[in-house]
Design a protein around this ligand. Structure first.
Ligand code: ADP
Length: 365
């Protein structure tokens, strides 16, 4: 149960590569924070720095206002749950959960109360006498979580805890972690994953990292609806947002968007707050595109592939002047044929515009 403050955190490993550049982050007590980003972006390093398992090369880390840069892991009031579970194979579920309390010389009675409470919360009561090898992957991960709970830490750290589970178990365990958060609203939890669905479903706030930098911090839907830049726009959401080259022009009072090789198509937009008559990237999510039946459309092209997923159909459309295929996600099944020509449209509220540096234009669209 704690606030965390990270100020100008840097990490350089022995090979002199800067893995974390200048991380500034405020985490409030009770928040569920998810660090997400592509492999190698520095998520685990940042988590390990918070835990104390990894040293800090620059900057400060405070927990509840106390500088902890040089405080060893065991003294930080933090419990970590690893993807590998790290259970003691020769100990029962009960003993695995009780172990850290026994080391801390907690009374037998108090240990029993806490272990049984955690087991109840995680539906492990019927398994307390079993050895880890007699449990499923999901149950083992719950024991690892139980072991963290009994220590009543100020902060829970989860390092990709679901990545060793199969798809169905992952969903079930994800729900359990969400329930755990509900039942411990005072606890601060920090969770690392490369899976954006886990990030979207679990986080109060997502911290999206790339190459050692924070790209954006905010509630999941804020990142989805108002990404700060092209990287965030493409990372959050699946299939990824379509990015099309376009030109922003102005005639009289009105600024417009023109797509190459689609010269009859002009989309009126509000005047942006920066230069116009310039190259931009236009972004639209696959789920925000539809097949136009009238002349009021954005771009047109030929369907190169169709993926029928049952609940949705993905049309991959070759649009002239656009280097990548444009994906249009329609709900349900559809009658479209490969090779046929389609016109795609969207509504102004679903349009995103990025400058040449990849940053989102503000106050536009
Ligand atoms: P992520 O968790 O986002 O996949 P990591 O934090 O594990 O990323 O790694 C970030 C970068 O730091 C990677 O380029 C990785 O190779 C490097 N790295 C991680 N641990 C070490 C280490 N102990 N020594 C040197 N480089 C490391």
């Amino acid at each position: 149960m704690a606030d965390l403050k990270l100020t100008n955190i840097k990490k350089v490993y022995n090979n002199n590569v800067e893995v974390l550049r200048d991380i500034n982050l405020d985490i409030k007590q009770g928040e569920f924070i998810v660090f997400v980003g592509p492999s190698g972006c520095g998520k685990s390093t940042l988590l390990r720095i918070i835990s104390g398992l990894e040293g800090i090369s620059g900057g400060t880390l405070e927990i509840d206002g106390q500088l902890v840069n040089d405080i060893p892991p065991a003294m930080r009031g933090i419990a970590m749950v690893f993807q590998s579970y790290a259970l003691y194979p020769h100990m029962s579920v009960y003993d695995n959960m009780a172990f850290s309390l026994q080391i801390a010389k907690v009374s037998r009675k108090d240990i029993d109360t806490q272990v049984r409470k955690a087991a109840d919360m995680l539906q492990l009561t019927d398994y307390l006498d079993r050895l880890p090898k007699a449990l499923s992957g999901g149950q083992r991960q719950r024991v690892a979580i139980g072991r963290a709970i009994v220590r009543k830490p100020k902060v829970f750290l989860f390092d990709e805890p679901l990545s060793n589970l199969d798809a169905a178990l992952r969903v079930a365990t994800r729900m359990e972690i969400a329930n755990l958060k509900e039942s411990m609203p005072e606890s601060t939890m920090i969770y690392v994953t490369h899976d954006q669905i886990e990030a979207m479903t679990l986080a109060d706030k997502i911290v999206l990292l790339s190459a050692g930098n924070i790209e954006q911090v905010g509630p999941p839907l804020e990142l989805y609806e108002n990404p700060r830049n092209v990287f965030v726009a493409k990372f959050i959401g699946s299939p990824a947002m379509n990015i099309l080259p376009a030109k922003l022009t102005q005639t009289g009072e009105q600024s417009r968007l023109e797509f190459p090789s689609q010269d009859d198509v002009i989309v009126p937009i509000k005047t942006p707050d920066r230069d116009i008559n310039t190259a931009v990237s236009f972004g639209v999510r696959p789920e925000d595109l539809s097949v136009a039946t009238c002349e009021d459309y954005l771009v047109e092209g030929d369907i190169a592939f169709i993926e029928s997923l049952g609940e949705a159909t993905l049309l991959y459309v070759n649009v002239e002047g656009c280097p990548d295929m444009v994906i249009c996600k329609l709900s349900g099944t559809s009658h479209f044929k490969r090779g046929s020509r389609v016109k795609l449209s969207t509504v102004p509220e679903k349009m995103h515009l990025f400058d040449t540096a990849g940053l989102t234009y503000r106050n536009t669209l």
